[in-house]
Design a protein around this ligand. Structure first.
Ligand SMILES: [Zn+2]
Ligand SMILES: [Zn+2]
Ligand SMILES: [Zn+2]
Ligand SMILES: [Zn+2]
Length: 223
């Protein structure tokens, strides 16, 4: 198996580069990307100008926050920190750090100089956003016969065979690696895997499979 290249945000040198580059208030927020749970609950790449991309993010609590990228290259977040503090401190909130560097895999650090992406960067970020969480359903195997909802207990004895997880496969909700994680759940309809904690979080806000939009998940109880 070929070793997949770790994304930039997971490379040890990256956090060192960030540390030498950004203000203390920015570093505090950036480091939360590694120490706090973050989940992408919705991606909306088709939004009216001047907004180029809109993501809904959640953390350890129930609350959700909306991160938008404007065509000017500036980010906005609906969280209190972004509105009350970040502007004054000349930094971006932890949700913007998570979205830009972990979800959308931006690698450059020039962003932190003026907290604005270049027009080229806006284009590539927006096109990357349009590719995530919108995945083709694998129809090569016919879907299994779905159990009645009252029978659905997610022991996965009815399930399509789970897809093999490989190096480089990331969870579509937290955007961290799937390989090596202990607790996973596989969609009975499409066979794709997610972290169990992430699908529990997802189901607090959504009702269908993160990959294939299967409604089988609506009775999932988080076990
Ligand atoms: Zn925020
Ligand atoms: Zn069963
Ligand atoms: Zn996850
Ligand atoms: Zn599915």
């Amino acid at each position: 198996m070929a070793a997949a290249v770790e994304p930039r945000w997971r490379q040890a040198t990256f956090i060192q580069d960030v540390r030498s580059r950004v203000s203390a208030s920015q570093l505090t927020r950036f480091q939360k990307m590694y120490t706090e749970p973050f989940f992408v609950i919705n991606v909306d790449p088709v939004v009216p100008a001047p907004v180029r991309m809109r993501l809904t993010v959640s953390g350890s609590q129930q609350a959700t926050y909306v991160v938008t990228l404007q065509s000017t290259g500036l980010f906005k977040c609906s969280c209190k920190d972004a509105i009350m503090t970040c502007r004054r401190n000349g930094c971006v909130c932890k949700h913007v750090c998570f979205v830009l560097y972990r979800v959308l895999r931006h690698e450059g650090l020039d962003f932190f100089d003026n907290l604005q992406l270049t027009p080229d960067e806006v284009g590539s970020i927006a096109s990357r956003a349009s590719q995530i969480q919108i995945q083709e359903v694998d129809r090569s195997n016919p879907p299994h016969v779905a159990p009645r909802p009252d029978q659905l207990h997610f022991d996965f004895c009815h399930s399509k065979r789970p897809h093999q997880i490989e190096a480089g496969d990331d969870c579509p909700i937290c955007f961290d690696a799937l390989l090596g994680s202990d607790v996973m759940r596989f969609c009975p309809e499409c066979g794709n895997g997610v972290h169990q904690t992430c699908i529990v979080k997802w189901m607090e806000h959504r009702s269908t499979c993160v990959y294939c939009r299967s409604k089988l998940w609506s009775n999932y109880r988080g076990d």
